[in-house]
Design a protein around this ligand. Structure first.
Ligand code: ATP
Length: 757
């Protein structure tokens, strides 16, 4: 009570009470009670009067609370509403509770309460007066480098937006403050340089939005120097009142307003306009840079659900608004009670108002109320919290840290070093953030790769360095992805071309191989032809050779025949002599009688032991060289049975011998098969490349005499041993000789080779 009294200005001593009394007098009954209440009210007022004047307290140390009552609206009048609030004087507000006309019990017990504030504005108060009283002083402090805050609080439709923003004809505190700012700055432009920056945001459904450049919700961050800041919030520099008005108008157009049952143009969000003034002035012969900030806040109105709309998006907005206002109430309570922990983080609104309520800031609260008894509850609530807010003590809102503007080079160097250090720290912070962003993006890309649908990367509209870096990174990723896609498509095209070329080359090679095969077959055929020709040629050569050898044998056989004749003569002569000498000499040289002559010969195995003259031995040698002796001995060893004369026997045997003996040429042929023939028999016939070629041998049997007379063929020679045998066929299957075999040493004689060549 004492605190309340301390903070309340002294109200007019008797008028309000009289007015209350007059009001009360108008009511029926309960005089005793009324007198009691009168007495209580007077006591209260006297207590206030006893307290020292509020001017003794520095105004900068507590929140300034003003109450503004709006006029009764047309709808309220139509609804038969009555005024339950009366602004008694410039500071005192009396709230009277009207009982319902049907509530007879309560009708008699009328309650009323006085609230005393820094200023109370009745319904007829103009905008300029409100501004002058509430904000003008704060603006002056901002120009001195202090922070100031003005916020409107109240139920929906109580006149907050009207107070803060107003209309074109009747501009509110915001517009008036900005205009005044530039007026003051223009007046002081000779003293120093000013820079004005403007930002405008709203808290809608617990998300922070930039009203000057709408986009994604902003994140609130705590800064040791600046307090709570909205990361990515746009700060526009303005150089004239018109410019700043344009920005304000733009921001208001972006603000969320919806018609509700209570208000045609209800603000569904808390709007915060911040004007930062950087002021560089000459102070004590050196320049000083001061920075002041003015925050102008239009809160959304607390509302009953029934007052707006039920089960609609409006009710959700209302719930959020109420929640944030409740958080504000909690903060006010905690601040008033001096608690160590103030729950500023309970809502975005209290986070943003942290500086204004608990920091080094000059704060003014304008509580907007409706006079209608239909909004009694809301008005009572607003007045209650406004009354509580009066007790909030803010920290000493001294002039913000003045940064001396360096004049000497050393000072400049120091400042430069500090700035560089700060810059480095910021860079490191940025690098950390970028690294975080990269890791987040990489994980997002991984998720997008595994997900069936491609991830759509929305382009952020934020303008902070971090968000710009994020945007750039996204762009880079997209470009890289696009480049990779292009490269892949080019590679696929190249692959297709290569495959096509390979297929064409394969076809070409297949054709080439087929032609090679054809050529090869042809060559093989030619080779076979050539081999066949060679064989024929060879046969001819052999025949020629045989012919020449046959001539030799004929000559030899004639020689042998003459020798044999000669021998026969000798033998016959010897026998004849032996016959003549037989009675006288039974044995000749220990030899066996003539009858056992042949048997003796047989026993000797065919070797002749008959003594012969020297000439006969020559013949024997010839014979043995031609291997005729064996035949001869076999002839001689033919068994002869029966007795007969030796002569007759000898003649018989001779006759038989001559009869059984084939002609000598024939025998020679039998025993002297030419080696060439044997070799030829080994030569395989050429392989069949086409129709089987056969070499037909002559059908007539070849006799030795015939062969000796005519030019014999190869077949004549090979079948000479059995003239009666069928002539064999020379087929390709038996021939495996190649030209190279034919050219091997020893395969053909020198003569043949010369022929081949
Ligand atoms: N002091 C005033 N003088 C004249 N008309 C006023 C005054 N205050 C408010 N009004 C009117 O009352 C109506 C509601 O006011 P306003 O929109 O400012 O309420 P509000 O508190 O901002 O409501 P909400 O919280 O829903 O946005 C408006 O039509 C406005 O013109």
């Amino acid at each position: 009570m004492s605190k309340l009294a301390l903070s309340c200005p002294r109200p007019a001593p008797s008028k309000p009470a009289d007015h209350v009394l007059g009001l009360d007098a108008g009511l029926r009954g309960g005089h005793t009670e009324l007198n009691m209440r009168k007495r209580q009210l007077r006591e209260d007022l006297e207590t206030v009067t006893e307290e020292p004047d509020q001017s003794s307290y520095p105004r900068s140390r507590r929140i300034m609370v003003y109450v503004r009552m709006r006029p009764m609206s047309k709808q309220e009048k139509e609804a038969g509403a009555r005024s339950c609030v009366r602004v008694v004087n410039k500071q005192d507000v009396y709230l009277a509770e009207f009982a319902s006309e049907t509530d007879y019990l309560r009708l008699k017990r009328l309650k009323g309460r006085h609230f005393v504030f820094d200023a109370a504005f009745p319904d007829a108060t103009g905008q300029q007066e409100v501004y002058n009283t509430s904000t003008a002083e704060l603006l002056e402090g901002v120009l001195q480098g202090r922070n100031g805050c003005v916020f409107c609080y109240g139920a929906t439709g109580a006149g907050k937006t009207h107070t803060m923003l107003g209309s074109t004809q009747n501009p509110g505190v915001m517009v008036l403050a900005l205009r005044d700012l530039f007026v003051k700055l223009n007046k002081r432009c000779r003293e120093g340089d000013y820079v004005v920056r403007l930002s405008y945001l709203e808290v809608y459904n617990e998300s922070v939005r930039d009203l000057l450049s709408p986009g994604r919700p902003l994140i609130l961050r705590e800064d040791s120097k600046q307090g709570t800041i909205a990361a990515g919030l746009t700060h526009y520099e303005a150089y004239s009142a018109d410019e700043i008005m344009t920005l304000l108008h733009q921001g208001n157009q972006n603000r969320t307003t919806e018609p509700t049952r209570a208000n045609e143009t209800s603000s569904r969000s808390h709007a915060i306009l911040q004007v930062t003034v950087e002021y560089k002035v000459l102070h004590d012969s050196h320049y000083v840079c001061r920075t002041g900030k003015l925050s102008l806040i239009d809160l959304a109105g607390s509302e009953r659900a029934l007052a707006t709309d039920q089960r609609t998006i409006r009710s959700l907005e209302g719930a959020n608004i109420n929640r944030s206002l409740l958080a504000l109430s909690s903060c006010i309570n905690a601040l008033v009670e001096g608690k160590r922990h103030i729950p500023f983080r309970n809502s975005k609104l209290t986070q943003l108002l942290k500086d204004s309520l608990g920091g080094g800031c000059q704060t003014a609260m304008i509580a907007n109320i409706s006079p209608s008894n239909l909004a009694f509850g809301e008005t009572q609530n607003t007045l209650h919290w406004a009354d509580r807010a009066k007790q909030i003590r803010t920290k000493a809102s001294d002039v913000s840290e003045e940064v001396p503007v360096p004049e000497s080079e050393s000072d400049q160097a120091k400042l430069l070093l500090e700035v560089q250090k700060e810059n480095q720290q910021l860079r490191m912070q940025l690098a950390r953030l970028q690294q975080k962003l990269l890791s987040t993006e990489s994980s997002a890309i991984m998720v997008a790769r595994h997900s069936p649908a491609p991830a759509v990367i929305s382009t952020p509209v934020c303008r902070t360095p971090v968000s710009e870096a994020k945007v750039n990174r996204h762009e880079e990723c997209r470009e890289i992805e696009e480049a990779l896609r292009k490269k892949i498509s080019v590679l696929e095209k190249e692959k297709e071309d290569t495959c096509r070329e390979m297929a064409e080359r394969e076809d070409e090679l297949a054709g080439f191989i087929a032609s090679l095969r054809r050529d090869h077959c042809l060559q093989i055929r030619h080779k076979d032809e050539f081999t066949r020709k060679l064989c024929i040629l060879k046969q001819q050569i052999e025949v020629d050779e045989e012919q020449s050898q046959g001539n030799d044998i004929v000559a030899l056989s004639s020689t042998v025949q003459s020798c044999v004749e000669e021998r026969r003569d000798v033998v016959s002569r010897t026998i004849r002599r032996a016959v003549t000498l037989a009675p006288r000499r039974m044995t000749i040289g220990g030899a066996v009688p003539v009858s056992g002559f042949s048997s003796a010969l047989n026993k000797r195995g065919g070797s002749h032991q008959i003594p012969v003259s020297g000439s006969s031995s020559v013949v024997d040698k010839k014979l043995s060289s031609h291997q005729v002796g064996t035949k001869r001995s076999s002839l001689l060893s033919t068994p002869k049975s029966g007795a007969g004369t030796q002569r007759s026997r000898l003649q018989e045997s001779k006759g038989e011998e001559e009869n059984s003996r084939p002609p000598i040429q024939q025998r020679v042929q039998q025993h002297h098969q030419p080696p060439v023939n044997r070799r030829l028999s080994k030569i395989p016939a050429p392989p069949p490349t086409g129709p089987v070629t056969s070499v037909q041998a002559p059908k007539t049997p070849i006799t030795a005499s015939k062969g000796a007379l005519r030019k014999r063929t190869f077949w004549d020679i090979t079948n000479a041993t059995s003239p009666s045998a069928p002539v064999g066929r020379c087929t390709r299957s038996n021939t495996s000789a190649t030209p190279s075999m034919l050219l091997q040493p020893g395969f053909l004689g020198g003569r043949r080779r010369s022929l081949l060549q």
